[in-house]
Design a protein around this ligand. Structure first.
Ligand code: MTE
Ligand code: MO
Length: 438
């Protein structure tokens, strides 16, 4: 982490002062308003141009001169049809079949730090099972004094906790180890979501069962056709593993593991077993498929790292990005997301010149443990090309590595844990390209 020099700090202050000047604000607002009008023209394609201009000030718009839809039309609300482009997307060549595929969150269109339930990324190894909660059971057995079987009702009688935590597939960014190939933020970083999860700490359930002293690991197993299973050390479980049945205020979506899933905050998404049906306590790891042939990190010398649980600090700029080009010169709020599996994000630096000079961004809104954290940097774009980067560091002192640092220590054979500093190239036209610099 380089501390900014006095010169850089002065520059930042000058820039900030410039950004706040009245003229600039007025200019931005004026242009902002005219852009909204432009967007309306796109949104109502098919309507005669004469019609929508009659909706603009000083006229009263058509929707203000008639009655709208009544209350029961949509008993479960959905977004406006003008937001239909905001949805999960897949990369067709990533997997042969949709039942063992991954869809990604539209990060470029999301606000704040919470991912709405319909936009949480999805990853299945054998599709989404349809589970009747009345027939679902969670079994706890192995090195415990009292093996137990819980119904959903049993689980919901325990005092609940609600925590905001991110989930990231360790394959996030994995297509970019050898070079830039995904021309959208949704595909470079979209295996990432953040929800408020509600359920019971697994520790509470294990206390009921009474873990024996030799119990050092648990195996969590899913009830889907894949029976996805991961070994998790007991220290993690006693620290913060959750058994959850709700996300963002409603019961889990089928895609996210309805009616019950594990959440291992800050750890590889695949350890957060969905459709959770079985917890076995043992004295060592199980070495199942998903921790041997998959979810291990092949190094340059042919050996592989294993049990690389933590999702290390990472960040990415979400505005501008390929999906959010800069539309006009003047004021711009550069925004992005930072996250770390080790705890809280401490800070994020921004570079406009590919990592030569850095300036601190502001963290805005909630800064929570193992949650997405939004950062912001207000500046002005005058049409100059930028090599935009963000670099996150967390409360443990871990600093997001450069691509060269990561490749030096890990090679390019891996799929997983690619958390290096990302570069967006802003062209003089305002378009944004995915590039790599070493
Ligand atoms: N039972 C089960 N649990 C599972 C999976 C699965 O296929 N089956 N996929 C895992 C993987 S690889 C990831 S990244 C996360 C994704 O969680 P999400 O689909 O809710 O985003 O779930 C994990 N839990
Ligand atoms: Mo994953």
């Amino acid at each position: 982490m380089t501390t900014p020099s006095t010169k850089e700090l002065l520059q930042t202050m000058q820039d900030a002062a410039e950004n706040l000047s009245q003229n600039d604000r007025r200019e931005f607002l004026r242009k902002g308003v005219s852009y909204v009008a432009g967007a309306a023209a796109v949104g109502t394609a098919g309507t005669a141009a004469a019609n929508f201009s009659s909706n603009l000030p000083p006229n009263e718009p058509i929707w203000g001169r008639q009655l709208g839809r009544g209350v029961v039309a949509n008993p479960y609300g959905v977004p406006s049809r003008f937001e239909e482009h905001v949805h999960r997307r897949t990369v067709p060549w990533l997997t042969a079949e949709s039942i063992s595929s991954i869809s990604m969150s539209p990060l470029a269109d999301l606000k704040g730090i919470i991912t709405p339930n319909g936009l949480v990324f999805e990853r299945y190894h054998a599709g989404v099972p349809e589970i009747n909660p009345d027939e679902h059971r969670l079994m706890i057995h192995g090195l415990v004094d009292n093996p137990l079987i819980f119904t959903m009702e049993d689980l919901m009688r325990f005092p609940s906790v609600s925590e905001i935590r991110f989930i990231e597939c360790p394959a996030n960014g994995g297509m970019e180890w050898r070079g830039p190939q995904m021309e959208a933020l949704q595909f470079t970083h979209g295996m990432l979501s953040c929800c408020e999860w509600t359920g019971v700490p697994l520790k509470v359930l294990l206390d009921e069962a009474g873990v024996q002293t030799e119990g050092k690991w648990i195996l969590a197993e899913g009830g889907d056709g894949a029976h996805m299973s991961r070994s998790i050390p007991i220290e993690k479980v006693l620290d913060d593993t959750l058994v959850v049945y709700a996300q963002n205020g409603e019961m889990l979506r089928p895609e996210q593991g309805y009616p019950l899933r594990l959440i291992n905050p800050g750890w590889e998404g695949n350890t957060s077993i969905k459709w959770l049906r079985r917890i076995e306590v043992g004295d060592k790891p199980w070495h199942h498929r998903e921790e041997t042939s998959k979810y291990t990190d092949l190094l340059a010398d042919g050996r592989a790292r294993r049990f690389t649980f933590v999702q290390e600090a990472n960040s990415v700029i979400t505005n501008p990005c390929p999906e959010n080009p800069i539309k006009k010169p003047g004021f711009i709020e550069i925004e992005g997301l930072a996250w770390t599996g080790r705890g809280k994000i401490k800070g994020v630096d921004i570079s406009f010149d590919g990592g030569i000079n850095w300036q601190p961004a502001q963290l805005k809104g909630l800064v929570l443990d193992k949650a997405l954290t939004r950062f912001s940097f207000q500046t002005k774009w005058t049409g100059q090309p930028w090599l935009l980067q963000s670099r996150a560091y967390d409360e443990t002192g871990y600093v997001q590595p450069t691509l060269s640092q990561l490749r030096e220590s890990r090679g390019v054979n891996s799929i997983y844990h690619k958390n290096s500093i990302h570069t967006w190239q802003v062209q003089p036209t305002g378009e944004v390209k995915n590039v790599q610099i070493t």
